[in-house]
Design a protein around this ligand. Structure first.
Ligand code: C5P
Length: 320
């Protein structure tokens, strides 16, 4: 029996532009993904055997858990057979645009080949990940990344200068397909030649100290108008984060979570404590978080799989 315990981190979208609806029904995106220190815990067990049995224990009884689907996909693609057991301890709010389910699925794709003793190319993992969901491939890399297409075509970016923040989880569940549907004709960049000038400016300014001021000032999330229209309380939280000094302060993904970035950890912690004390904060959780760059993301994975891997390679490679 081989075992490991992994932390599956959440993401925020530092910027998110929704372009046209494509022929396949998905929307063309320009986004900047960023992993953060908020995470779930997954205990994984693998026992080689003739047949395949996949089981999960989770306190919330999540229906159609992506963890199971990711394990089935991996077993099919890599001809893995045995008993696989998962225990999920959820920390990342669900239906919040923080990629919790997607991150859990990617965690299975990274950890299971290592425990099962099979080698799977990153390109194969990326294909399996994209079939599980548009946000899953990003978590095979972590750090800061440019996402285009459905959000599954990814390129590395330097991390932003501000590395600390707050995630506000209002306890509201926003359905992603409904949020896309609500965008309707409100898409800000329709047409075959969209104006991505502002987005390009943000990508060029990322990680650039001398441009950081301008960088944060023009970040946007195209879901805000439609989602705030349906849930006005979310805009109030976004504005509170702004008044507390966050720059930028935005909705993450299609919501409901909001985040704000601050220059220093102290700044973020003080703002989280102050916002949490406000009377209107009832039902809202303010989590101080740090941004996790790709090097830290990989180091976390090598550490949590250390007894099962060979060297420091990416994706982590099995020693069995
Ligand atoms: O890929 P994922 O399962 O996360 O997508 C959920 C839904 O969100 C899709 O069925 C689609 O309605 C919408 N979506 C989209 N364009 C994207 C990503 C998701 O329209 N780029």
């Amino acid at each position: 029996m081989r075992r490991c315990t992994v932390r599956s981190l959440a993401k925020i979208n530092l910027d998110l532009r929704v372009l046209d609806k494509r022929a396949d029904g998905f929307h063309e995106l320009r986004t900047i993904f960023q992993t953060i220190s908020l995470g779930d815990r997954i205990d994984i067990e693998f026992e080689p055997g003739r047949g395949t049995r996949i089981e999960i224990e989770d306190d919330l009884g999540i229906a159609d858990n992506l963890i199971i689907r990711a394990a089935e996909a991996l077993c099919g693609a890599a001809r893995v057979r045995g008993r696989i057991g998962f225990r999920l301890s959820k920390n990342i709010p669900m239906g919040a645009g923080l990629g919790g389910g997607s991150s859990n699925a990617a965690a299975v794709l990274l950890a299971l080949p290592v425990l099962a003793g099979v080698r799977v190319q990153l390109a194969t993992l990326a294909k399996l990940a994209a079939a599980l969901g548009s946000d899953v491939p990003f978590f095979l890399h972590g750090g800061t990344a440019l996402g285009i297409g459905r959000g599954t075509e990814l390129y590395p970016l330097p991390p932003p200068a501000a590395l600390h923040g707050i995630v506000a989880a209002p306890g509201v569940h926003v359905s992603t397909p409904e949020a896309y549907a609500a965008l309707g004709r409100g898409l800000t960049m329709p047409g075959s030649d969209p104006d991505t000038g502002e987005f390009q400016g943000i990508v060029w300014g990322l990680g650039d100290e001398c441009l950081s001021e301008g960088w944060a000032g023009s970040c946007a999330n195209d879901f805000e108008i439609a989602v705030f229209h349906r849930h006005p309380e979310l805009k109030i939280i976004r504005d509170r984060l702004r008044r507390a000094g966050a720059k930028p302060a935005l909705l993450s993904g299609s919501g409901s979570a909001l985040f704000g970035l601050f220059e220093t950890r102290e700044h973020a912690a003080a703002a989280a404590a102050k916002l949490g004390r406000e009377r209107s904060a009832k039902g809202i959780q303010y989590h101080p978080v740090s941004l996790v760059n790709r090097r830290r993301y990989q180091a976390l994975w090598w550490r949590q799989l250390r007894e099962h891997i060979f060297g420091k390679q990416w994706p982590p490679q099995t020693r069995y």
